[in-house]
Design a binder for this molecule. Structure first.
Ligand SMILES: Cc1ncc(COP(=O)(O)O)c(C=O)c1O
Length: 414
């Protein structure tokens, strides 16, 4: 046994505990894709999918991918620099048009797109300014830049979604240029970025804003153009980074910006230049979903919002605490790791899949079950999870009324 095995044993104590207790929730091997699937013949409804418009399984999307396999196979065995196809170029032009940016660049994952953006745009003259609840791709891009001798930007954090805290950081930064990184919807809390106030501060301090709209593209705004459309701010943020791994039914990243910024990223970002091209069947699937948005975007988005509004009303009426969520991503707050794992398991036994989010994904005491409402879930399915949560939530005492009762008893006993 080497030191690395000692380290693995020590670092995985909580995983071992969950496995020993029979409540380990991760890496379950699905036997099919989609919102309804099975593991070892056990069927369940998936409420952890990010297929927010429910289009991933659409026959037209699959047919487009099949046709692209015949023409291009599953890979191009090289990076975009020497393996770009007409399909990539055409999709980039259409994405730019739909999302109202001068240019778009398709990458192989959203994570890569963000790392590429941060690495290409930061240097010793830059302060990177991050929300303290930033997604891992923003953190990792930042730490990679900070640790790269030729880049080495200053790194500063501001309080989650607080334009006042952002302003204090911008005022006191040590480098000439500032790149501010925020999200359209924060993926674990389901709250929207307060972009109106943030953009005003950025404009005042001449800071360049990057918005990660992975969860807002295709879900927010009347046409699904994202958080900027939703808040009436189109044209006010110079760079948006997004993904094909949610609404666009596959995998892949997108960077929206003007010609100069896209040119800089595509020629200098090592994570883009030295990693393989997005396979054309995936490009074809995303293209087909983009066509659906072009043809029918407002109706698709409205159906998602109807399901989300209905579910929110039902959950709140039953006393569930949804934290700071104001979107279709609704964390059911449990605030206890053991309970979150046990509840996940009991829901799974009832045919419902809700992933528990625990430390280090969230702070201790903020454990939750992340419930994603999609356009593809039926009302009957929403009621299946509501009924199960009703029963199990009361038992686990996670509803607002249960907590109040417990606090009341504690006060009486004191
Ligand atoms: C906010 C946010 N940004 C970026 C990503 C990364 O996207 P991808 O899955 O395409 O790598 C995700 C996905 O988890 C995300 O939630």
């Amino acid at each position: 046994m080497s030191w690395i095995h000692d380290k693995a044993y020590a670092d995985l104590a909580r995983i071992r505990e969950a496995r020993d207790a029979g409540v380990y929730p991760f890496f379950r091997p699905f036997e099919s894709g989609g919102l309804r699937t099975s593991v070892a013949g056990h069927e369940f409804i998936n409420f952890s999918s990010n297929d927010y418009l429910g289009l991933t399984q659409h026959p037209a999307v699959k047919a487009a991918a099949h046709a692209a396999v015949d023409q291009f196979a599953c890979g191009l065995s090289s990076s975009r620099v020497q393996a770009t196809t007409v399909a990539h170029v055409e999709l980039e032009a259409r994405l730019a048009r739909y999302f109202r940016f001068p240019q778009a660049l398709v990458t192989t994952t959203g994570y890569q797109a963000m790392v590429a953006t941060i690495m290409a745009l930061s240097d010793r003259d830059t302060t990177l300014v991050l929300d303290n609840l930033s997604h891992a791709c923003i953190l990792d891009g930042t730490f990679l830049a900070a640790g790269t001798p030729q880049r080495a930007p200053e790194v500063r954090f501001f309080n989650h979604n607080s334009h006042r805290s952002l302003e204090r950081v911008l005022k006191s930064r040590e480098r000439k240029n500032a790149l501010v990184l925020v999200e359209g919807i924060y993926s674990l809390d389901g709250d929207k970025g307060k972009l109106r106030e943030i953009i005003e501060v950025c404009e005042r301090y001449d800071a360049v804003l990057v918005v990660d709209d992975a969860h807002g593209s295709g879900t927010l705004g009347a046409h699904g153009r994202g958080i900027l459309e939703d808040l009436g701010l189109e044209g006010r943020a110079p760079i948006v980074v997004s993904t094909f791994s949610k609404v666009f039914g596959g995998i892949g990243g997108i960077i929206f910006a003007d010609d100069a910024i896209i040119d800089l990223i595509k020629h200098t970002a090592r994570s883009f230049v030295f990693s393989a091209t997005l396979p054309v069947p995936i490009v074809a699937a995303a293209s087909t979903i983009l066509t659906m948005l072009e043809d029918n975007g407002p109706a698709l988005v409205a159906e998602l919002h109807e399901n989300a509004a209905y579910m929110r009303e039902q959950l709140v009426a039953r006393g569930f605490d949804l934290g700071i969520s104001d979107t279709h991503i609704m964390p059911v707050m449990v605030r206890d790791e053991r309970k979150a794992l046990v509840l996940h398991h009991m829901l799974y036994d009832r045919g419902i899949y809700l992933v528990p989010i625990t430390y280090p994904g969230v702070k201790h005491g903020e454990e939750r079950l992340r419930l994603n409402v999609t356009r593809g879930h039926t009302r009957a399915e929403l009621h299946q999870v509501l009924d199960a949560l009703d029963e199990l939530g009361a038992m686990a005492e996670i509803r607002v009324q249960d907590r109040k009762a417990t606090e009341g008893q504690a006060a009486e006993g004191a």
